[in-house]
Design a protein. Sequence first.
Length: 387
Amino acid sequence: MSDTQAIIVVGGGPVGLVLSLLLAQQGVASVLLEARKKGAADQDTRALALSYGTRKILEKLGVWPLLEPQATAIETIHISQKGSIGRSLLHACDYGQDALGYVLSYGALCAALGAQVSRSAHVRFIDEAQVKSITHDTEQATVIYQRHEKSQQMATALAVLADGGRSLETIVGLKRVTKEYGHDALITKVRTELPHNHIAYERFTANGPMALLPNGERDFSLVWTGEQAYIAPLLALSDEAFLSQFHTQFGDRVGRFLSVEKRMTFPLRLSHLQDNEVLHLVVIGNAAQTMHPVAGQGFNVGLRDAEVLASLIAEADTALGGMEMLKAYRAYRQKDTKRGLLFTDFLVNIFSNDLVGVTKLRSLGLGLFDVVKPIKRHLVGKMSFGK
């Protein structure tokens, strides 16, 4: 099969789904290739932290009214350091926003976006499609995939890789630069004695940062990061011992921790693609850059990738997938992605150690940050819209 008119999007997760829907709104056809069976991700309960800017993208697609009842708003962010009186507060109302962000399950987002895709005449969704290779020449990209043990081929002026990087090794000319932190993130959900009141907590400790994100009526999603040797043993603890150890690190701001759900860990790294000269291919989302979760930026940066790319495709007055268009996309996205990578890396390096003298400086810095309004406004703009 050959179809050089449609954009081919590899990866039917939220970033790929959003890109196809944004293109569809402007009458641009796309083919979505997803390795999993359609609807397989709809029951995934993992928490996503959505920025206010991401809400605006979802509003543009018409899916936010369906998602808002399932999302928990973050109206305040409380930032603190263990062993220090320095702290800072960010309030959505100070910046003319309904919320600083939202917590929503991955599955709920996939289900809403998938339903919208099913109704679109401009999107062709092909599930259980295992991409085997992506090649290119001066005219087009060619995607070979296997579905139900049958190999198929598609050609396109532009292929977009949005599968989190699973297909990168099949593409000649792409090189990923990776920094291994030697840290893991433990994720789970906890119930607390006191209500969350729509407050998210960012807590820095000598072992690494931790975040509590309001999720549901009384629960929090927990992201606890640190060196692998520190985090791994936490999986083996009883629920009672785990909650006690976490309480020691976090403190009493939400009262006692009453229960914890299943705990999972994954390794943390910072990575990005080097500038490449691969014609007729764009890489977006986690396939293009992976960030430490300390600032909750990674997923939202990926959706901004999709939004910018969709606009460039719809307004293209140069060859689709040609070098001029690819350079324009990189120029639009370079500042946002590089600043996001540098910012998260800075936070990890500064707030994940207990060097003599540094603790007091961090405490002073948090206190100053709380009263310097232009810096806080800049940070909220960065977290919300990437600028």
